[in-house]
Each structure stands twice: as structure tokens, then as C-alpha cells.
Design a binder for this molecule. Structure first.
Ligand code: FE
Length: 333
């Protein structure tokens, strides 16, 4: 009797012990770089005592690693940008759906996976940037209108290889149908003033330097460049305010299928959708909080408010393959 009681006590201790250990840490695989995530995790650790370990890499190798680790998973959470990437992770079967009442309340449904495989954390607007020297704002209206003759030889675009443009194209297809979307893309390619650029900063610099008059960029790149060069002769314009609104995408997070610390990971995700984390997380990269009750930073607010596209962002994933084929067909490199 005595011995079995002791054994039971030892077992209880072991279970409690491993439970307590599990709650003490969460492991995140992140395609966002250290400086964009560490302050958020540090704040969480300071508040709860739970350690957040993370490794950073590009999204593709991180997803492959989670897949390869399988049931021997070391990662609890995958943090990445663009609904196109999160959707890919969902398709690979490396995420485990979950949601909570708090997450449902904090993040609008359009910024989450309809199967609860992931949730958005911050929003990025992909909008029109224009030369304040050579463009009158009356000339600007919609993304679609950038395909018009008026913009011949005046447009700069980033490469079609970037998921941001694939997601933008996916929403064009969803909104207008394939045929009309392809016409718009053809118009854009015809209006290019120069070869496509490898990143959004280069697009903004080209506008500033007079190589082109308009382009399409994520707003936080404008924020970064504007900080370096306050005299930048480029401004942001919010298109499609009389119809579908500005294209938005997001950074988001999902629980891995074989997460070793699922409860602790869920608690972290919940916290990341709340005011404190949202303010830090979106503020660091000059993005918009995905929680609409939280205000963007002062600088981001200074760009003005806009109506975002109401499409569920997962459309970016669902139509990604179609978008890539279409971009290729029209010669968008
Ligand atoms: Fe980016």
C-alpha cells in the first residue's frame, strides 16, 4: 500500500512537473526578423514569466522544417507574412485549427482563416504611391485605372515573383473575374516605364528619382524610406474608396499540428491579439493593428484613414496559383 501510494505521488509529481514545464515556454518559427518580434515576446515574458524562444528564417524553409519534424515538432507556432504564405502552410497540413472567444472578438473574420488554421496579427495596405512633382491627385482613382493610357510609360512595379503582388492579383481575379483581371494586368505591364524592381523600396526610389510617376507598394516601406528621407517627393494614395477599397494583407500566426506546448501557445496567440501586443507589433513595422479597437501609431495615422477591401484575405491563397499563371501570361516578370 505504502509503496503504491508513493509511486502514485511520484507519478502525480511527474505529470505536474511536465505540465508546469510545458507552460513555461513557447517556441515560434518566424519569417519576421528578430527586431520585429522580440519586443513583443519580451513584453509577454515580463508579464507572464513564459519564455518565448524563436528562430527566424524565410517562410519556405521554416514550413519545410515543420513538415520534416512531423510529430517530433519543436515549433509551437508559425509566424509569417502574407495570407498567401499562411494558406500554403494550411495546405501543407502543418497547422492545427483552433480559435477562442477572445480571438474571435479581437480579430475580424476576414483577417482569419475560415477553417481557423491561422489568424492575422497586423495589416499591411498595398496601395498606390505617386510623385508629388508629376502627378495631380485628380489623376488617381483605382488600381484598375493604372492600366489606362494616361499612365503609359509612367508606372513602376515590383516583380511578380513576390507574393505581395500575387495576392493583389488574386483579389483582382476574385473581384473582376479572370478575363477582366487579365486585361488590367496587361494594361499595367504595357504602362511600365522600366523593368520590374526586386523590392518596394526600389519602386519608391524610382518614383522619387523621376524614373516613373506611380507605383504600388506596401505602406510600411514608404514609412521606412520617409524616415530616412523626409524630403521624399512621393506620397501615398488610397485607391478604390468609392468601390471595394484598398488591398490589405497581413502578417499572421498559426499553431503547428504537433505543437509540444499547445495550451501555452494558444495563450500567447490570444495575448498577441490584444491591445498591448497589437500596439507594439504593428508599431515596430509601421503596420496597422488587425484588432480594429487598437489605433495605429501616430506616424501611420498621419497617412490618413481609408476603407479596406472587405474580401477575406485568404482569397490570396486560394487564387495564388491562378494569379501566378496569369502574371506569367501577361509578361509581368
Ligand atoms: Fe515586406
Amino acid at each position: 500500500m505504502k509503496a503504491s501510494k508513493a509511486l502514485l505521488a511520484a507519478l502525480t509529481l511527474t505529470v505536474l512537473g511536465s505540465g508546469a514545464q510545458a507552460a513555461d515556454e513557447v517556441v515560434v518559427y518566424s519569417s519576421r526578423i528578430d527586431e520585429l518580434i522580440k519586443p513583443v515576446f519580451d513584453a509577454y515574458t515580463a508579464k507572464t514569466g513564459v519564455k518565448v524562444k524563436f528562430i527566424t528564417d524565410k517562410e519556405a524553409p521554416l514550413m519545410q522544417r515543420i513538415k520534416a519534424e512531423g510529430q517530433n515538432a519543436t515549433a509551437d507556432l508559425l509566424l509569417t507574412v502574407d495570407a498567401g504564405n499562411l494558406w500554403q502552410a494550411e495546405q501543407m497540413g502543418i497547422l492545427q485549427p483552433f480559435t477562442t472567444a477572445l480571438i474571435d472578438a479581437n480579430i475580424p473574420a476576414q483577417y482569419r482563416s475560415s477553417t481557423h488554421a491561422w489568424t492575422g496579427l497586423s495589416l499591411r495596405a498595398r496601395t498606390i504611391a505617386y510623385s508629388t512633382d508629376r502627378v495631380k491627385t485628380e489623376e488617381l482613382s483605382t488600381y484598375e485605372a493604372l492600366a489606362d493610357k494616361n499612365w503609359e510609360g509612367r508606372l513602376c512595379l515590383r516583380t511578380a515573383k513576390k507574393v505581395y503582388n500575387q495576392s493583389l492579383t488574386a483579389t483582382l481575379i476574385e473581384t473582376h473575374g479572370a478575363e477582366a483581371a487579365e486585361k488590367i494586368l496587361k494594361g499595367w505591364v504595357n504602362n511600365l516605364s522600366t523593368d520590374v524592381f526586386s523590392d518596394d523600396i526600389a519602386v519608391l526610389e524610382a518614383i522619387n528619382a523621376g524614373q516613373c510617376d506611380v507605383g504600388i507598394v506596401n505602406t510600411y516601406y514608404y514609412g521606412r524610406l520617409h524616415k530616412q528621407n523626409p524630403k521624399l517627393a512621393v506620397k501615398l494614395f488610397w485607391p478604390n474608396q468609392n468601390d471595394r477599397g484598398v488591398h490589405v494583407n497581413l502578417s499572421g500566426i498559426g499553431l503547428t499540428k504537433y505543437a509540444p506546448h499547445p495550451e501555452a501557445a494558444k495563450a500567447l496567440v490570444e495575448w498577441m491579439t490584444g491591445t498591448e501586443a497589437q500596439t507594439i507589433f504593428s508599431g515596430i513595422n509601421q503596420e496597422f493593428p488587425a484588432n480594429p479597437a487598437v489605433s495605429p501609431s501616430e506616424e501611420v495615422s498621419s497617412w490618413g484613414s481609408f476603407k479596406p477591401d472587405a474580401l477575406p484575405v485568404e482569397v490570396a491563397g486560394k487564387r495564388q496559383a491562378e494569379a501566378i499563371r496569369m502574371m506569367d501570361r501577361v509578361g509581368w516578370n
